[in-house]
Design a protein around this ligand. Structure first.
Ligand SMILES: [Fe+2]
Ligand SMILES: [Fe+2]
Length: 156
């Protein structure tokens, strides 16, 4: 099994969730079953992703960084996860045959896209500077194991 780099793993998650959010955005009030199915997939993926970041990747990042703005980045990322967690149950409680559902799904997509973009543009490049390849691979392995456990399946 090839080693899993932490950053590649997180980026692959971003891509997957963004794809699911785009699929959700393209549904209509008539696609109730599809909306429900996509939302539950998005919910599971986002929960697993934010957990492995908060429990494994972010703490390692926070430990390794020295600059004030890097610590600020860490706290901001946590707050963004917090907002995502507030929005998720709200969407789940919204009637999928309503226009409101579509609006909420769109806002979730914007939130997640913005957050993932900042991680990829600012946090991950910074993490590559402060963590060695070996460290990134060790983090990647731990995150993959944790994800497999949470999502109840093997990916590779
Ligand atoms: Fe994140
Ligand atoms: Fe992320």
């Amino acid at each position: 099994m090839p080693p899993i780099n932490a950053i590649s793993l997180l980026k692959a998650d971003h891509k997957k969730v963004k794809g699911l959010l785009e699929d959700l955005e393209s549904t209509t009030e008539r696609g109730v079953g599809k909306r429900k199915k996509l939302l539950s997939q998005i919910d599971a993926e986002l929960k697993a992703h934010t957990s492995i970041e908060e429990e494994i990747f972010y703490p390692a990042f926070r430990e390794a960084v020295r600059k004030k703005e890097d610590r600020e980045m860490y706290f901001e990322a946590l707050e963004e996860h917090h907002v995502v967690r507030l929005v998720l149950p709200e969407i789940a409680a919204t009637d999928p045959s309503s226009e409101e559902f579509g609006a909420k799904a769109k806002v979730l997509k914007e939130l997640v896209t913005h957050h993932a973009k900042e991680e990829e543009k600012d946090m991950f490049p910074e993490a590559k500077k402060v963590l060695s390849d070996e460290e990134l691979e060790a983090l990647g392995a731990r995150m993959q194991a944790s994800k497999d456990k949470m999502l109840g399946r093997k990916r590779r």
